[in-house]
Design a protein around this ligand. Structure first.
Ligand code: GDP
Ligand code: MG
Length: 249
């Protein structure tokens, strides 16, 4: 180039447009009732985006799989996020899902990861010892590999060496062992989100206690746009092609 053209100004334009329009993000939580899905949504967005099951309340077993969605607009430092959360009460309630990937989970995950980006987590990690967490994580990783379940971030979409380095670290830690909480407590003069127990407070944002910060960083701070791009460019495109093919037969 012979001189300055000003192409970089497009970055400011994009920023102004994004601030004005806001952006959208859809998230669905899947798993047995009582696992902490609704609490996790509230923990992620630090607001009551979903009603939680009150403790001790017996959960009726849903007859059919219902999908419930709600949309909220969340604003932080002038950036608007139109967040749609979908809860799937009842998945796996009728079967014994005793801490391992049963045939139904495997079949479900195999189909799900072809349709959306799947980020598996170990819920209620405060109920596991550190050894149990690690053993559970290795077992899930092994099952995902043997059944060819490609969870997010998928290796084939790493674009360069930096993606590969960052994403392999994430792949190694997935599923993150997380704890959810929507109550704040005072710890050493700081207000922290956590679960108060007789033996102390499990702080959700403290890496010494659980891996919630890794999940939050992945979903919101580092990979949100990539999650949306893959959903749009890969999953939605595959879906569109399938529907077009169906309509031609
Ligand atoms: P959902 O049915 O999967 O949506 O579960 P909820 O979010 O409604 O939570 C069910 C119960 O589990 C509530 O009493 C929550 O306070 C509790 N809970 C949620 N997350 C955790 C967690 O990480 N650890 C523990 N010990 N309990 C949790
Ligand atoms: Mg719920």
């Amino acid at each position: 180039m012979l001189g300055y053209v000003g192409i970089e100004a497009v970055l400011d334009q994009l920023k102004i447009k994004a601030m004005k329009m806001g952006f959208e993000f859809n998230i669905m939580v899947v798993g047995q009732s009582g696992l902490g899905k609704s609490t996790m949504l509230n923990t992620l967005f630090k607001s009551k985006v979903w009603k939680c099951t009150p403790p001790g309340l017996a959960m009726p077993t849903p007859q059919t799989l219902q999908l419930n969605s709600v949309t909220h607009v969340i604003e932080e430092k002038g950036v608007k996020l139109k967040l749609t959360v979908t809860d799937t009460p009842g998945f796996g309630d009728q079967i014994n899902n005793d801490k391992c990937l049963r045939p139904l989970d495997i079949e479900f995950l195999q189909r799900l990861c072809r349709t959306v980006n799947v980020v598996p987590v170990i819920a209620r990690a405060d109920s596991l010892t550190l050894e149990e967490r690690e053993a559970f994580r290795r077992r899930i990783q092994h099952n995902l590999r043997t059944h060819c379940i490609e969870v997010y971030p998928q290796k084939c979409f790493d674009e360069d060496i930096n993606d590969r380095i960052l994403n392999s670290k994430i792949r190694d830690r997935i599923p993150f062992a997380v704890v959810g909480a929507d109550q704040q407590h005072l710890v050493n003069g700081r207000c922290v989100l956590g679960r108060k127990t007789k033996w102390g407070i499990v702080e959700v944002e403290n890496m010494a206690h659980c891996e919630f910060p890794l999940l939050r960083d992945l979903l919101i701070r580092s990979h949100l746009q990539d999650l949306k791009d893959i959903t749009h460019n890969v999953h939605y495109e595959n879906y569109r092609v399938c529907r077009l093919n169906e309509s031609h037969v």
